[in-house]
Design a protein around this ligand. Structure first.
Ligand code: UDP
Ligand code: MG
Length: 332
């Protein structure tokens, strides 16, 4: 029996791209020695995409269609696809052909060589706007600095995940999600395929800058509490600074009658007091952040650990994975 591979495609107003997309997918999969199922997830499109997809699913074997009730965003659409996939592996692919289907073969080869997650690392084509390139670079730099999860820069959503990863992915219940961030969090053995994203052939990108900024902000807060803790650090710094300054002024002005000739006015004293209080408030905010961190951990309720394979599978496993030992194996 050939292995089944699910191709997951989030679709948002992609009617002009769909015919090209389908022919490319067919072209690059029909000769491969696998069975394929293509799962299109319509993310509340307002154009002809739903009708086209429904038609396609009825006419062609191996095409499945999931329609979301409204536009939930790509992350939710991809999650829906991953939840529905029944393949031994799933490949997530954009409908606008910016993730070239000709690479599917390379992804599968790396998977067969033992990788559980194969990540497409994106290089922008020369005609991508400088702002998009710059903002994406900045985003990854900042996210990398503040988060504990090892997030590969320029790692795109174009990726293949093994059945095991999909099963674990189901256990993650948080709402504020970035699919690739969660897949990175899960760990497992990974490999990379580099690609250049060609410009969009049809239509507009479904992500306005407002949506992108929202997504970026969500990710900063979902993957890290550093922004909140930062208030605490700044507060503590201000508190110490204002404390030292006030004591100096107090000793000099009031106790020793200004031997340093600082001639501090009443307004300046007031400003100092205010500075001190701002320090107190911010430091307390940082303290609250620590509590929120605990609540956050409990509420997102991620599993404490994720098992890649159990002992009973380990022998079969070691035959297929020859380069590296399986790191996440249970040692019981
Ligand atoms: N998409 C989606 N929901 C949205 C926005 C986009 O499902 O709210 C899909 C879109 O149809 C495409 C993929 O996500 O298949 C990538 O979207 P887009 O090309 O707009 O993003 P970019 O390539 O600029 O990251
Ligand atoms: Mg795109």
């Amino acid at each position: 029996m050939q292995q089944l591979i699910s191709i997951i495609v989030p679709v948002y107003n992609e009617a002009p791209s769909l015919p090209d997309f389908c022919s490319e997918i067919t072209k690059y999969t029909h000769r491969l020695p696998f069975r394929f199922e293509c799962i299109f997830v319509d993310d509340g499109s307002s154009d002809d995409s739903p009708a086209m997809l429904r038609n396609l699913a009825q006419r062609r074997h191996g095409i499945r269609y999931i329609q979301l009730s409204r536009n939930f965003g790509k992350e939710a659409a991809v999650s829906a696809g991953l939840h529905a996939a029944s393949g031994d592996a799933a490949i997530i692919l954009d409908a606008d052909l910016q993730h070239p289907p000709r690479l599917i073969r390379q992804f599968i080869t790396k998977w067969q060589h033992g990788a559980d997650v194969v990540v497409g690392v994106k290089h922008y084509s020369a005609n991508e706007g400088w702002f998009k390139r710059f903002s994406s670079h900045l985003f990854y730099r900042m996210l990398g600095m503040i988060s504990h999860t090892n997030i590969t820069p320029h790692a795109s959503d174009f990726r293949l995940v093994d059945r095991r990863v999909m099963n674990e992915f189901r256990n993650l219940r948080e709402h504020n999600r970035m699919t690739r961030g969660l897949i990175d969090w899960l760990g497992f053995k990974r490999d990379y395929v580099e690609f250049v994203a060609p410009p969009r052939r049809h239509g507009e990108r479904g992500y306005s800058y407002r949506k992108l900024i929202n997504l970026a902000m969500n990710n900063f807060t979902a993957y890290s509490l550093v922004p909140l803790k930062l208030a605490g650090y700044v507060g503590t710094f201000i508190l110490i600074f204002a404390g030292v300054l006030s004591s100096t002024v107090y000793i000099d002005q009031i106790m020793l009658h200004d031997p340093l000739r600082l001639k501090v006015t009443g307004t300046a004293m007031l400003a100092l007091m205010l500075l001190f209080l701002v320090g107190v408030v911010l430091a307390c905010l940082g303290l609250i952040a620590l509590y929120i961190a605990h609540i956050h951990d409990e509420v997102v309720d991620r599993p404490l650990y994720v098992v890649r394979s159990h002992d009973d599978e380990a022998t079969a496993e070691s035959e297929t994975i020859d380069q590296e030992p399986v790191k996440l194996e249970m040692d019981r």
